[in-house]
Write a protein that binds this ligand. Structure first.
Ligand code: 5AD
Length: 350
């Protein structure tokens, strides 16, 4: 079994694809030895493109108001225990100013859906780009019409993160209420690509009702859609949601999948997510060692961080906070990586 799995990993690292059945075989036979074998290949693949460089993004959680009611998410609209906020333009620009001084050259504006009209967010993007022309702006604000995304692009937004959450329509419908549409989410991803955003998709690891078969399909989706970025992290229950008593995803499976994704697309921008750091001490470092090359410390105003509670015990302090980026640099140096101060765009490879 081990030999067969290793051969598949070898093939994947040479050819950047496997069949769905082969992915399924790897997923089902994950163990310590295969994880380490895969990890070494993934680390090598990443080093060939990005050497030991790690990109950082300043994450600004611009609002926790959300019109959606996703069953897993703590800022879902029907959560009455969530104290809502929306940052003003001035507050957002102050976050950028702080971030710039700390060395960030990408700002990620993330928030709930249905809060910022396209014109409003486009104005904010324009102001950020005028003040910081050397910085990239990433938006992560959910689903819009294509014409709205176009406004944001024209305003200067460089990237857009929109996790599809699961590649299976049937599974999607078990994680979301009826008024949310898998097809529309996929339509958004395609529109964003067509508009030349650097696009990030991604899925929850270990969400309720997820099967190994679905995860195998996730990898085929990444092969085919070829996103510039891919955000994956363990599902972690949040106490005010319908999934409060469900099991978390694990760091081990997340790390294994990070390595597979790195081998599918050696130049992909792959974050070691906050959720991974939350579920396990040292989770983020383990993610980096397994092929991730992006970290997204929190640059939100201190008093709103606790309110952006997507899941329980979400880290927002220590090296998770942007203010402590110097500590983060040391932490990364200790494991052999170097945080760099630039936009950190995807490197095009032939
Ligand atoms: N556990 C882990 N990740 C979550 N997200 C939302 N709720 C949870 C949860 N309970 C993730 C979603 C979303 C991203 C911003 O946060 O994948 O796309």
């Amino acid at each position: 079994m081990i030999e067969k799995a290793k051969k598949m990993v070898d093939f994947l690292s040479e050819n950047h694809y496997l069949s769905e059945d082969e992915y399924l075989f790897l997923i089902k036979n994950r163990n310590g030895e295969i994880t380490e074998y895969l990890r070494q290949k993934a680390d090598k693949a990443r080093r060939e493109v990005y050497s030991n460089k790690i990109f950082i993004r300043g994450l600004i959680e611009i609002s926790n108001i959300c019109k959606n009611d996703c069953f897993y998410c703590g800022i879902r609209s029907s959560n009455k225990n969530c104290e809502r906020y929306k940052l003003s333009e001035e507050e957002i620009l102050t976050c950028c100013e702080n971030g710039y001084k700390l060395g960030f050259r990408t700002f990620v504006l993330q928030g709930g859906e249905g809060v910022f009209p396209a014109d409003e967010i486009s104005d904010i993007v324009k102001k950020i780009k005028e003040k910081y022309p050397d910085c990239a702006v990433t938006l992560s604000l959910g689903e819009y019409q294509k014409s709205d995304y176009e406004k944001m692009k024209n305003a200067g937004a460089d990237r857009y993160l929109l996790r599809h959450e699961t590649v299976s329509k049937e599974h999607y419908e078990k994680l979301h209420p009826q008024n949310m549409s898998y097809d529309n989410r996929m339509r958004c991803l395609k529109d964003l690509k067509a508009l030349n955003f650097q696009v990030g998709s991604g899925f929850l690891v270990g969400s309720p009702y997820q099967s190994p078969e679905i995860i195998a399909k996730e990898f085929k989706f990444i092969e085919e859609f070829s996103p510039e970025m891919c955000g994956i992290g363990p599902f972690i229950p949040q106490k005010d949601t319908p999934f409060k008593n469900e099991k978390s995803g694990t760091a081990e499976e997340t790390i294994f999948y990070l390595s597979i994704i790195r081998l599918i697309k050696p130049n992909i921008l792959l974050p070691a997510t906050t959720a991974l750091g939350t579920i396990k001490d040292g989770g983020r470092e383990a993610g980096i060692l397994a092929g991730a090359n992006v970290l997204m410390p929190n640059l939100s105003p201190e008093n709103t961080r606790k309110k952006y509670a997507l899941y329980d015990n979400k880290l927002a302090t220590g090296v998770e906070s942007a203010e402590q980026v110097e500590k983060l640099k040391i932490q990364m140096q200790k494991i052999g990586y170097e945080i760099v101060c630039d936009r950190g765009d995807i490197k095009q490879v032939d």
